[in-house]
Design a binder for this molecule. Structure first.
Ligand code: NAD
Length: 356
C-alpha cells in the first residue's frame, strides 16, 4: 500500500447509537425521553408496522403513519408532512428499511423535527445525512444534517424476519457503501478505516445469516458492519458505484439493494487496479489475496444476485444507461472510463458474466 495521506479535513456528525438485541422497546423509550418527545409520529410500512406497534407501545404516540414507498415519491412525502403538522408532532420514530427512514428524513428536511430511527434492513440510511425525494421519475438527493437521525436503535431481532435473499442483497448494499467509500470524492483515511472494518464485519456475518437466518450473532455483525459502512459513506460521498446505481434505480426503476449487489464486483474490477489502497484494504477485510477475489468468494458463499437482467434491466437500455452514467462519473474516479468502457461494464452486469 502506498503512503497513507495524513493531510485531510474530516467532519463527524453527532448521532447516538444503541445496539441492543431484543431491547428495542426499552432503548426506544429511553431515546424518545432523551429528546423530549411528547407527541410522536411512528412511521412504519405494511411489513414492519406490527413490530413498530410492539416496540412503541409505551411511547406517547400522537399518530401512526404507514404510507411508505421506495425512493420517497414527492406526493407521499407531502402527505406525510401534512400528517405531522396536523397532529402537532414533536418527534419522528421510523421503524423499517431505507424507504421508511427516507420518508422520516423527508419530513425532517422541511420541518426540522428530530428522528429516532429503528432500522430493520442493512441499507444504512439511518447513519447518513443524505436525503432523497422522487418527483415524476427524477430522484433528487441532497445532504443536510437536519435529516440525520439524532439517535439509532439497532436490534438484530427485528431483522430476523427479513427474508434471506433480501438480507443478502441488503447486506451487499452495505458492502457497497464500504467499497465505494475507498475512492469516493470526499474519502479520507478515517472513512477508509471505518469502511475496512465494516466490510470485515459484513463478510463474517452474512454467511452466518444465510446458514441460519435466526442466528443473532450473524445478524448483529451485519448490522454493525452496515452502520460503520454507512458512516463512512456519509462522509465520503457517492463514488462510481453509487453513481451507476443511482442512474439504474432512477431511470429504470430497478430494485435498490439487488442493483447494488449485482453491480459492485464490476465496479471493483475496473477501479481496484488503479487504487492500491482500496485493493489492499478490501482484500485484507475479506482475508483474500485481492479485493475482487474476496468479494466474489463472499458472493458465491451467500448466493448473491448475479445479473441485472434478472432484476428488470432491459438489454435495449444499456447504451442509454452508459451515456447517462458517463455524465456523472466523479472526475477523480481511479480508473479512466469512456462511454464504451461503461457500456461494457453495464453489459457484463446485465448478463452476469465474470467481472474483468
Ligand atoms: P426497503 O426499505 O424498501 O425495504 C425492502 C422490503 O423489505 C420492503 O418490502 C419492506 O417492507 C421489507 N422489510 C423491511 N424490513 C423488514 C423486516 N425486518 N422483515 C421483513 N420485511 C422487511 O428497502 P431498503 O433496501 O432497506 O431501502 C431502499 C431505499 O433506501 C431506497 O429508496 C434507497 O435509495 C434508500 N437508501 C437511502 C440511503 C441514504 O443514505 N439516504 C442509504 C441506503 C438506502
Amino acid at each position: 500500500m502506498g503512503p497513507v495521506t495524513v493531510q485531510f479535513e474530516h467532519e463527524s456528525h453527532a448521532q447516538r447509537v444503541v445496539f441492543s438485541s431484543g431491547g428495542a422497546a426499552a432503548a426506544l423509550g429511553a431515546e424518545v425521553d432523551r429528546f423530549g418527545g411528547r407527541r410522536v409520529m411512528v412511521i412504519a410500512d405494511e411489513e414492519t408496522s406490527a413490530m413498530a406497534e410492539r416496540i412503541s407501545a409505551g411511547l406517547p404516540v400522537a399518530v401512526r403513519h404507514s404510507e411508505v414507498a421506495m425512493h420517497v415519491p414527492a406526493p407521499v412525502a407531502d402527505r406525510a408532512r401534512a400528517v405531522a403538522a396536523e397532529h402537532d408532532v414533536d418527534l419522528l420514530v421510523s421503524v423499517g428499511g431505507g424507504s421508511t427512514t427516507g420518508l422520516a428524513k423527508a419530513i425532517a428536511l422541511t420541518s426540522g423535527l428530530p428522528i429516532v430511527a429503528v432500522p430493520t434492513t442493512y441499507a444504512g440510511s439511518e447513519a447518513t445525512w443524505v436525503w432523497g425525494v422522487t418527483d415524476e421519475g427524477a430522484k433528487t438527493t441532497g445532504r443536510d444534517v437536519t435529516v440525520l437521525p439524532r439517535s439509532v436503535v439497532y436490534d438484530a431481532t427485528l431483522t430476523v424476519s427479513l427474508p434471506v435473499e433480501m438480507s443478502v442483497a441488503s447486506g451487499l448494499n452495505a458492502v457497497a457503501h464500504g467499497v465505494d467509500s475507498m475512492w469516493s470524492p470526499d474519502s479520507d483515511p478515517i472513512d477508509r478505516a471505518l469502511a475496512e472494518e465494516a466490510i470485515r464485519s459484513l463478510a463474517l456475518g452474512l454467511p452466518r445469516v444465510v446458514d441460519d437466518p435466526a442466528d443473532l450473532s450473524g445478524r448483529e455483525r451485519v448490522l454493525y458492519g452496515a452502520y460503520l459502512a454507512a458512516v463512512a459513506f456519509s462522509c465520503a460521498g457517492s463514488g462510481l458505484h453509487h453513481k451507476i446505481c443511482h442512474v439504474l434505480g432512477g431511470r429504470y426503476d430497478l430494485p435498490h439493494a439487488q442493483t447494488h449487489a449485482v453491480v459492485l464486483p464490476y465496479v471493483l474490477a475496473v477501479n481496484a487496479p488503479y487504487c492500491e489502497e482500496a485493493d489492499v484494504r478490501v482484500a485484507r477485510a475479506f482475508g483474500a489475496a485481492t479485493a475482487l477475489e474476496g468479494l466474489q468468494a463472499l458472493r458465491e458463499r451467500v448466493r448473491a444476485p448475479r445479473a441485472l437482467r434478472d432484476h428488470g434491466f432491459a438489454e435495449d437500455d444499456i447504451a442509454d444507461a452508459a451515456r447517462a452514467v458517463a455524465a456523472v462519473v466523479p472526475e477523480d474516479n481511479p480508473a479512466p472510463l469512456s462511454v464504451d468502457d461503461l457500456e461494457r461494464l453495464l453489459r457484463a452486469a446485465w448478463a452476469g458474466t465474470e467481472p474483468r
